[in-house]
Design a protein around this ligand. Structure first.
Ligand code: ATP
Ligand code: MG
Length: 671
């Protein structure tokens, strides 16, 4: 569905209410007292400054948070809009900012990374050591003839070496494209070809949940599929020592590559607009897009949001559970924490191995103070601790925590409450951070020492982010009425283009229907009548229209998840002769999947539950039970596949980014 089609419903839409959530949680006073943005007045002052002098505001931030080799004189260059440029006559190096700066400011012996391996082994790396590793790696890449502007694909699991590889590319001005280590050979091949990469950096194998999984073998398979003629070398990090094939002349062990290299590597000073990386989106709504990011504006955002959103302090132990294969692992593992000299935990394993209390155990073991994870992980750990008391967070010492965060999907209010009570012990603010691969970093989120929190709402835009809700013509809609989420002004860390496809960039993100000037996020949202708080209602493709009533899928899903029996739910629309669209819900219970008469009984019960929670119009016409839902490898529900299943059609779409294809079969049947 296009933006236009989606919002036509808004116009015809009848009574649209904001979500019913009325619980409000003020930031704890002791948190506010020490916060970098302390209180709503401080937040408002930043917003006012940006409104008064937009470019001046960003120029000030860029001078304060980034070290420039050549200072910029131009802040925002709009001459080729929507291909905006920021700080474009300035020069810098991202790795210099993340590493050398920390050697100069007294952080040399500070721990940069605490690495917790799958089997619980721990390795620590100081900033000085990280700097040396990156220098050697960078010199090694140079010895292979890799230079500024070349693209390098990184296909690795969570490791110190993965981060070092990214920083080493940045150091020499090569543009990296990290491909998540769970992707198939086919997905990898497509990304290598699209990026035109000259090298792949990988490992022999990865360790996850006690299992050795191939990486190098998949690279070989991908390269063997043809079309990857630009690849000259494959650099292999020995992680497990497993047996791998080696192509003479092409493949090189990382240990051999860095052996004898100098730890000093003069950074390649690049223009602010130089592409730091290309990253393909998760593909939950369509074919993945190669999102291209800049160096200057992007790095500014990474550093700034570490301070604003995560309130990072010198003594924090910060842990983001994302994989470096996703944008969260770029901004909030590889670049953000290092740019601000933080100590961070990097975890190789999975949340359920050797038991589903591993996250809580890691927090206690490493005295983590800031914890950032995904709603999908929270929901699955709620389910696990309902089944097995022993893995409930209450059994672990989580007293080191001071701040929690979520990212990737809307969080259902009930999951938020569980997280707040059981993990944060009602003393940690939760930052529900709305953002996208394309935005480079947080966009709409509470600031932990300022914004009163409402479960399920990402609350208010960051200072300087001109987020708004509009209808199909780009006109503002009043608070309390849903519409399309847009950003009205460019911001420093925004996507620069889609690699190889500038036309798709323009039409996807700056559609003519909205006047070609507003960034279209692709998500629907609504602002609360009284507070102006934003709630994401789902992708614009996911808005339902049942008998003229416009509803976000998220609202119905949250109502379902609020039922004590339900672990997860996904709702999609299905064409219906009488009502236009009818609601089909896919439900995962905390107990075993019901069948036959049990399933029918439970379906009726849940239907009535939703009727009571929201209203009879929101009752799903159909409910299907599964052991799980089809998810991308980053844990997002693929509603586009569920829509096909709901219609009773066969799936012919791209499922290459799907984690669990087998589940599709189970979800074909209705209860
Ligand atoms: P594709 O663009 O290929 O379909 P994707 O949108 O899932 O993939 P990402 O860029 O990783 O890829 O995800 C961004 C999307 O995730 C947002 O557009 C939004 O739908 C959702 N999202 C992320 N964080 C939040 C949040 N805090 N609240 C609500 N939704 C969120
Ligand atoms: Mg997207």
């Amino acid at each position: 569905m296009t933006a236009t089609a989606a919002t036509q419903d808004t116009k015809q839409g009848t009574e649209q209410q904001g979500p019913a959530e009325s619980r409000v949680f003020a930031p704890p006073a002791p948190f506010t007292a020490q916060a970098s943005v302390a209180g709503m007045e401080a937040y408002q002052a930043l917003c006012d400054e940006a409104a008064r002098d937009y470019e001046g505001f960003w120029a000030r931030q860029a001078r304060e948070h980034i070290e420039w080799q050549t200072p910029f004189t131009r802040t925002l260059n709009e001459t080729e809009a929507p291909f905006y440029k920021w700080f474009d006559d300035g020069k810098l190096n991202a790795s210099y900012n993340c590493l050398d700066r920390n050697l100069a400011n007294g952080n040399a012996d500070k721990t940069a990374i605490v690495f917790e391996a799958d089997d619980g082994a721990v390795t620590r790396v100081t900033y000085k050591e990280l700097h040396e590793k990156v220098g050697k790696f960078a010199n090694g890449l140079k010895s292979l003839g890799i230079k500024k502007g070349d693209r390098v694909v990184i296909y690795m699991s969570m490791s110190v070496e993965g981060v070092v590889a990214m920083q080493a590319c940045a150091r020499i001005g090569a543009t990296h494209s990290v491909v998540f280590g769970g992707f198939s050979a086919k997905s990898l091949q497509e990304r290598i070809i699209d990026a035109g990469a000259v090298a792949v950096i990988t490992a022999d194998e990865q360790l996850r949940g006690g299992k050795q999984l191939p990486l190098k073998a998949i690279v070989d398979e991908a390269l063997g599929m043809g079309g990857c003629d630009t690849i000259r070398n494959v650099v292999v990090y020995r992680r497990t020592g497993g047996n791998v094939a080696f192509a003479q002349g092409r493949d090189v062990w990382l240990s051999d590559l860095v052996d004898g290299q100098s730890a000093e590597c003069e950074p390649e000073w690049v223009d602010a607009e130089h592409p730091l990386f290309i990253l393909y989106t998760s593909g939950s709504t369509g074919t993945p897009k190669g999102v291209q990011h800049s160096t200057g504006g992007y790095l500014l955002w990474a550093a700034l949001t570490m301070k604003w959103t995560f309130d990072i302090k010198p003594d924090d132990v910060y842990w983001c559970t994302a994989d470096i294969g996703w944008v969260t692992g770029h901004t909030y593992i590889a670049y953000g924490p290092t740019a601000v000299g933080a100590t961070q935990l990097i975890f190789e394993g999975v949340p359920t191995f050797p038991h589903a209390g591993r996250f809580w155990e890691n927090i206690a073991k490493h005295k983590v103070s800031i914890f950032y994870t995904a709603p999908t992980a929270i929901r699955s750990l709620i389910k696990a601790s309902d089944v097995d008391e022993k893995v409930h967070p209450k059994n672990f010492d989580l007293s080191s925590l001071r701040l929690l965060g979520t990212v990737g999907e809307p969080i259902n209010p009930e999951a938020w409450m569980w997280y707040y009570r059981n993990v944060g012990q009602e003393k940690c603010p939760i930052v529900d951070t709305f953002w996208q691969t394309e935005t480079g970093g947080h966009m709409i989120t509470p600031l932990p020492g300022a914004t009163p929190m409402v479960p399920g709402s990402c609350t208010l835009p960051l200072p300087g982010i001109m987020a708004a809700i509009v209808d199909e013509s780009g006109a503002d809609v009043p608070n309390g009425q849903g519409g399309i989420l847009v950003v009205k002004r460019p911001w420093p860390s925004m996507i620069r283009t889609i690699w190889n496809n500038p036309e798709r960039f323009r039409t996807s993100y700056f559609p003519d229907e909205l006047g070609g000037k507003y960034y279209l996020a692709g998500d629907g949202a609504i602002r609360n009548k009284d507070t102006g708080y934003f709630t994401i209602t789902g992708r614009i493709d996911d808005v339902l229209n049942v008998s003229g009533h416009r509803m976000g899928t998220m609202e119905i899903e949250s109502a379902l998840v609020a039922n004590p029996l339900v672990a997860e739910a996904a709702v999609v629309g299905k064409p219906d002769d009488t009502t236009g669209e009818s609601i089909c819900a896919f439900v995962v219970l905390k107990q075993a999947r019901p069948t036959g008469e049990d399933a029918r009984k439970l379906a009726t019960e849940l239907r009535n539950w939703v009727g009571k929670e929201i209203g009879p119009i929101a009752k799903p016409k159909e409910i299907r039970f599964g052991d799980n839902l089809p998810k991308t490898r980053s844990g997002k529900i693929m509603r586009r596949l569920l829509r096909v299943l709901a219609k009773g059609e066969n799936i012919t779409q791209d499922v290459s980014t799907l984690e669990n294809p087998a589940i599709l079969e189970q979800l074909k049947e209705s209860a």
